[in-house]
Design a protein around this ligand. Sequence first.
Ligand SMILES: OC[C@H]1O[C@](O)(CO)[C@@H](O)[C@@H]1O
Length: 492
Amino acid sequence: MAGGGFVAHGRRKTYEDRVTTFVVITCIVAAMGGLLFGYDVGISGGVISMESFLKKFFPSGLEKQKNNKATTHESEYCKFDSQLLTSFTSSLYLAALLASFFASDVTRISGRKASVFIGGIAFLIGSNLNGIAMNMIFLIIGRLMLGVGVGFTNQSVPVYLSTKIRGAINIGFQMAVTIGILTAGLINYGTETIEDGWRVSLALAGVPAIMMAIGAVLLPDTPNSLIERGYTEKGKLILQRIRGTKDVNEEFNDLVEASEAAKKVEDPWRNILEPRPRPHLVICTLIPLFQRLTGIHVITSYAPVLFKILGFGENASFMSAVISGLVNMLATIVSIHSVDSFGRRILFLEGGAQMILSLILIAVRITIAVQLGFNGEGSYAKTEANFLLFLICVYIAAFAWSWGPLGWWINSEICPLDIRQVGQAINVSVNMLFTFLIAQVFLSTICHIRFVLFLLFLGAVITMTIFIALFLPETKNIPIEEMNRVWKGHWF
Ligand SMILES: OC[C@H]1O[C@](O)(CO)[C@@H](O)[C@@H]1O
């Protein structure tokens, strides 16, 4: 999530850089962080809709589902309504939020390497606890540990790459997240038919976790982190090894300068509350809030559950989660290729318009589908199901090339150095807090207000698209040091 780790350093210069072994290992470790996050996002919805899982942890719910095949519309919407099931999903984000506060201190004092290692180990413990879980307490503690992993790795994945490809790398993080979500969908599809397949789904997250922990041991600490902690000579040495050349003076001097500038920032929290950076504060708070209010997370993290609620059959629900996961990943590639040519605003505005249209149609189709399929007797019309899935994919694609990746790093692009870290901390915290809240209330909300939930998301997307049109300046091709000029020319 690019909290800190992927934040651009500020200068658009071209340093000498080669793809060294360090860079490759760094990319792998960074990718593992995103992959694990995405995997944990995508795995829970499938797991909680597996029969063997429900039999063990939520037998009354399973009973309700079986008995209610031929009852009212409401029972369809409510068949997964359980605070326990939602806690299993949402607890991760609460832990991630809390852990990220400690993680920034650990990174500051002991370096990024330590944070990545702690993150990898937390992921490993979490996936093991989940895989062997005997009761819900095990499961929730396991998810909390995974959240600790997310909190630590997301703010500390190191960057050894020069600014010229940093934009693509920023989106690369979200790319890894979507690969993780897709992988989870595929694994759930495979394990759904196996007895206790949920254990396999949950435990498999241990594989990338081990790779991440080993990667953290193999990696040196980042030059920025070393320099910031006073190990200046060592920082230079590492920079030379990373870049594969002795000729790093310019970049090294810039890093030292940036670290000194950062130290001079006495109280970044006070700085951001002053009137001058008010637009930044507004944007850093509202962008992650709006990103959550798109409703994307209920689709990606509850996909098979949602498809079942909408009346899809067992197999079709898991398959639909795979299809929507694939669309999510492919559309993120579109973003990588278009963000620097079309610009940020165009992506935000087009993505917003496409989400608005698809949400209107989704709400309409669901009401029609309810009449067709939820009366308990008729089966869900196949063409209706396919069209609904198509609309959901259109919505996911729109998010994936706009708000998905941009929501994580546009803040660091618009914020000057003295408030960049605080801005990013606000971004990550708001994001995690609202991901937690939405994941926690989703199943009971859809039970009570049904398809109207999608109309709420629609209202939010309309508001945020207007917000972007009015408040966000275009920052494409603007060197970070000239960002103030952009703001001076902007009415806000
Ligand atoms: O791809 C969508 C997914 O990506 C995230 O925004 C994380 O970056 C998740 O919250 C969401 O479920």
